[in-house]
Design a protein around this ligand. Sequence first.
Ligand SMILES: C[S@@+](CC[C@H](N)C(=O)[O-])C[C@H]1O[C@@H](n2cnc3c(N)ncnc32)[C@H](O)[C@@H]1O
Length: 364
Amino acid sequence: MAALLAAIPPGSSPESDVHTWPDWARIAPHIEAIAARLRGSDAPAVDPELTIRASRLLGICGFYRRGQVRYGTRGTQRSATFVGQGLPAKWETVTMTSFDDHERLRWAGRAAAYQRSFAALCAYPSEALLDAAGVEAGHRMLDAGTGPGTLAALACARGAAVVAVDAEPSMVDLARLRVPEAEVRQATLPNLPFADGCFDAAVANFVINHVGDPAAAVVELRRVVRPGGRIAVTVWPYPQPPLQRLWGEIFNASGASRPGAMPRLDADKDFPRTPEGLSALLADVGLSDVHCYTITWTHHTDPEDWWSGPANGIGAPGLLMEHQPPTMITRIRHEYDRLTAAYRSDDGLLALPTAALLASAAVC
Ligand SMILES: C[S@@+](CC[C@H](N)C(=O)[O-])C[C@H]1O[C@@H](n2cnc3c(N)ncnc32)[C@H](O)[C@@H]1O
């Protein structure tokens, strides 16, 4: 696998020079095989650079082979223009950053692992988010980055007509299974396959913190919501609350080394994870009536379920775990048991204090 990917020139971008690779026809099927392997639970740890290159390729080679996409570069962004039949011109262009590439890889095949571990944590602000977006019976609502469909299900229970999208196919499958009454589709912010103003509301629960260009994602949510409709989003705050700090403390105590290049947003696309910062993100793209507040709560979780998320590659702690040898995983587990002991309640569950920023705004 490494040898195959190494054959691709370092630093090359599939969008800019895929047509000039003499061996593309030979490489493409192998890339798909690598992608399938990377999604598998027994996927071996691979060189991060090769992994990133594989992830860039896997998202596009299916389209390439069907002759449905052309590539180009625009400044620092790569673009892919879909040229297949039945794709409305308006939805043709997608732009991705390397952070988005990383996200595709992190979530690939991980719906079940997320559902067991972090989904219950993320579920907490759901009703408040629907309230902030003004979702009620008869509304047509978009749940962007639906994951296992938690908000989609709650909105359906309110009598809303729900369309739910996620970039990750395993999440789409899980949401379809869990929320059959919603229309669930695979789609990736900031390019949604919907007409302007076709929703009364849009929500994105802990999704804006997973996109390479948060402002572009919010602009796209604004585009698909009608004037007068509302958008509501959540992100994790900074400074981190105890629950979020805990993984860093565990890794520090175990002496685990960080992989060289932890994925980061481009500096010009980042925003402060504070009520002011999130409010400005919404206001600066022309939304009005912006409200943002901090929700605090205690997350109760089974210690094995909580461990299982990073142990199965979920989130930044999962990325770090993936890069550790088995002996270090044993040490991390030891520190996990030691440092979570302070949060154990009598019922054996962990009681972890946490917080989120919830912001909403109206489309003018
Ligand atoms: C932390 S999970 C939140 C899932 C769900 N909203 C919930 O409350 O449980 C983030 C989700 O966003 C999805 N996601 C990440 N980037 C995305 C993008 N650019 N477009 C659509 N979905 C995205 C991931 O695949 C994942 O399902």
